[in-house]
Design a protein around this ligand. Sequence first.
Ligand code: ADP
Length: 423
Amino acid sequence: MTTVLGAIADDFTGATDLAGLLARSGVRVSLRIGVPDAPPSDTAAFEVIALKSRTAPVAEAVVQARAALAWLQSAGAQRFFWKYCSTFDSTSEGNIGPVAEALMAELGTDQTIYCPAFPENGRAIFMGNLFVGRQPLAESPMKDHPLTPMRDSNLMRLLAPQVTRPVGLADRLTVAQGAPALRAELARLRAEGTAHVVVDAVAHSDLETIAEACRDMVLMTGGSAVAMPLPGLYLADGTLSADAEPTPRPDLAPDAVLLSGSCSAMTNAQVAAYLATGAPGYRLDPLHLAEDGPHAALNWLAAQSLSKAPLVYATAEPASVKAAQARLGAARAGEIVEEALAALALAARDRGARRVVVAGGETSGAVTKALGVSQLDIGQEIAPGVPWTFCDSGGHRIALALKSGNFGAESFFTDALDRLAAS
Ligand code: ADP
C-alpha cells in the first residue's frame, strides 16, 4: 500500500525501536536495512529505513539520508520522520542537524522540530535541556560515551553549530497549553525565521500534544517516542484507512534456535535463566574457535532437536571476556564469535529452524547479514524495544528476534518463544 509516513533512522537498533512503537498501532510497519537497491514494492503504511550514519562523516550521512528520502518518496510518503537517539548522540559537527537541514531543503520546508524526549525511558526536555533520569545529559554516563561524548545538556547549544539557520525553543509552558497554542508558537517562530525548533516534553501527554500539533509537518525529527502517537492520529483523521494492512502474524513451523553473542549483565542473566529451565545449551569458547573453527559447535547443533529450541552462547562474564580479548585482541575475539554465530544461524535455518532469537547488537548485524535479510516486517513486542520480526531468508519465511545489550527481562528467551507461540 502507499506509504503514509517514511522514517529514516541513524542506526539499526534505533530503527527497530521506532518500528516497534509504530507497530503498537496494529498497522503494518516495514523496516529496511539500508536504502534498498530496488525501487519500492510491497510497501507498508509505515516504512522505516535503518542507516548506519550516526558517527559517519557529515557528507556521507547526508548522502545516505537523501537516498533514503528519495526511496521513501517513490513509495508515496508525503510525511517524513528523522529518528536519532533519545540522548541526542552526535558529534559537534553532526549528524543530527546537517541531515535535518538537507532533508528540509529537499522537501522545500522551512521549519522542523527536535524532540528526543522519551519520558517512559527517563529522557525529558525542559527549557531546552535534556535530562537522563534526574541528571542533566552532560552529567549522565553519556558524558563518557566512546564515540559521541555529550558534554552539554542544552539542545539549542548542541544544535546551533550543526546547522546554518536559526535555532529556537518551544518551551513546556507552551506545550502545557495544548496543541493549538503550540501550533501558534511554531507559526510565530517561523515568521521570525526560526527553522529549527527544540520542543520541551517531560511527560508522555506532552508528546501527544506535540504529535497532534506537528502531524502535518512534512518533516518531524526526534526520538522514537514523539512518533508513537502518529498512527492513532492518522487513523482518526482518515489519512490512514481503518482497514490498513495489519501487522502480519505468519504461521511458522515451531523449530527454533537461540544464539547469544552479547556479554551484557542482563544477557548473562538471561542465558543462565534459560539454561536453568533444562533447555539444551552449548557454550562457545573464543579460544577454541580461534584454533578449531566452529565445527564442534556445528556438530553439536546438528545433533539437537530444534523442537527443543537449543541455545548456543558466547555470553560470558567480564573476566572471561577480558581473558579472551587479551589472547586474541578485542576485535578478533568479537569477529570469531560473530562469524561462528552467523554460521550456526545459517545451519539451523537450513535444518528447518523458522524461529531465530539473537542476543547482541553487533551479533544481530552479523546474523542478519549471513541470513541475507534486507527487509523485516515488525510483529508484536517481546519486551519494550524488542519486537518479533518476520523476513525472507534463503526462500523461507522466518521469524527473527534481535535483542541488543541490556534489553528484556531475565526470562527473555522463554518470553520470546512464548510470545510467538501465543500469536
Ligand atoms: P551487545 O548488544 O550486548 O553490545 P554485541 O553483539 O553488540 O552485544 O557485542 C558483543 C561483542 O562481544 C560481539 O562482537 C561478540 O562477538 C563479542 N563476544 C561475545 N562473546 C565473547 C567472549 N566470550 N569473549 C570475547 N568477545 C565476545
